[in-house]
Write a protein that binds this ligand. Sequence first.
Ligand SMILES: Cc1cc2nc3c(=O)[nH]c(=O)nc-3n(C[C@H](O)[C@H](O)[C@H](O)COP(=O)(O)OP(=O)(O)OC[C@H]3O[C@@H](n4cnc5c(N)ncnc54)[C@H](O)[C@@H]3O)c2cc1C
Length: 430
Amino acid sequence: MWTNWSGGQRCRPVATARPLDEAGVAGVIRRAAERGQTVRPVGAGHGFSDLAVTDGVHLDCSAFAGITGVSAVGGPEAGSGKAVVRVRGGTTVGELQEGLADRGLALPVPLDLAAPTLGGALAVGAHGSAASRGSLAEQVLALRVVDGRGRVRDVPHADLDAARTALGALGVILDAELAVVPATPVTVTRAQRPVDEVLDPTFWESHDLAEAALFPSSPTALARWAGVAQSVEEEAERGVGVTSAGATGRTALGGAVVVERALPRLAPSLNRVVSRLARTVSATGAGHRVLSSPPAVRYEQSEWAVPREVLVGSLRALLAQLADGLETGLPVRMRVGPAERGWLHPAYGRETGWVAVRVPRGTDPGPVLARTASVMRAHGGRPHWGTRHDFDAVDVAAAYPRFADFARVRDDYDPDRVFTNPALARLLGD
Ligand SMILES: Cc1cc2nc3c(=O)[nH]c(=O)nc-3n(C[C@H](O)[C@H](O)[C@H](O)COP(=O)(O)OP(=O)(O)OC[C@H]3O[C@@H](n4cnc5c(N)ncnc54)[C@H](O)[C@@H]3O)c2cc1C
């Protein structure tokens, strides 16, 4: 039995293959196709949605790990310190960011999560929080995949915007070339701020990285922002990053969640206490370290991408809805991102606001997820593919202007639908 991180998704694949090389991946796909079986690539199982769920073959990419090449950029940016790295698809984001740090490099937008694999993060358009710098998918310069016929293909430029966020529907990502930047120390600060302050665009426009955690019933938000360090204070670097809940808040948050599960009506007042407990903390160091955000508890998540101009309206509407008896012990997370090129990336073609709700394990997530979906749909929202949502193929076709183009590329890479599963059939209409 395979289970994802949250425990909300389970399946019994007919087999799990862990090939060690490209020929091995191609062989698994060809054999499955001959047997009329389907194949789903699987990474670290940190998706909340059912995209990796299958009763066919699970293709575990974890043997494909590591950075296999680094080259300085040429042309007008020669000497800028920027570089191109070649990374295998099974590399975890944590391994990637540490490997880059060892080489004096970094992702343009650090990700505060270590466990997902590069293949899994790209498949769903995983993102951080920077108003003007794109997600991992936006840094993709080249991709090498094995398609549904077991052919190893270097994705041509014409197909790259289809392949950079493809839900694992076009092929197994063997490796990717990513644009990276010189590593510079980052100072991150977390502090309480009035909700009105973090919902003002100045907040996210005046910081390289900015995000906020909001409880429906609390006038205080936990704001977190970061930028290039002004001075390096060695002792400030710490094992656990300055999470939006902060070291002290994390324990309180975990404790509050336990109490609220038993006594849900206490949630509003306990959350107000928790949000006032968080101290102002700053730390300086490598971005992915000082921003790392290990979760205090396990939870289900639904995240939506809305046009930036309706971010505040959608959030206020959602907070009001959740305050009506649906408040949980975990805050709503607000982040931002620029327009993306990936045809199926939730931020495709528009400056974006990201809104994530989380429901602690042990609490039925249904009511919160349904209420969130209805509010976000009303604001033109597109769900994060790696989280829980209720989109189907009709919604996807309506929300994504390049959906038909994506479908054409899919017919070329997987004409026999070897990579399909119930989720892809529902979302892409198969
Ligand atoms: C605690 C927690 C915090 C999170 N924080 C964030 C966050 O800050 N930002 C964010 O955007 N997301 C976040 N996520 C979501 C997570 O990044 C995505 O769900 C990501 O897809 C997980 O990667 P994975 O390797 O675990 O993939 P899996 O869950 O194993 O698979 C996800 C999808 O990727 C496909 N896939 C996996 N490997 C490959 C491959 N080599 N080639 C092609 N397709 C492949 C699978 O078929 C599936 O469709 C978080 C998740 C958790 C559990």
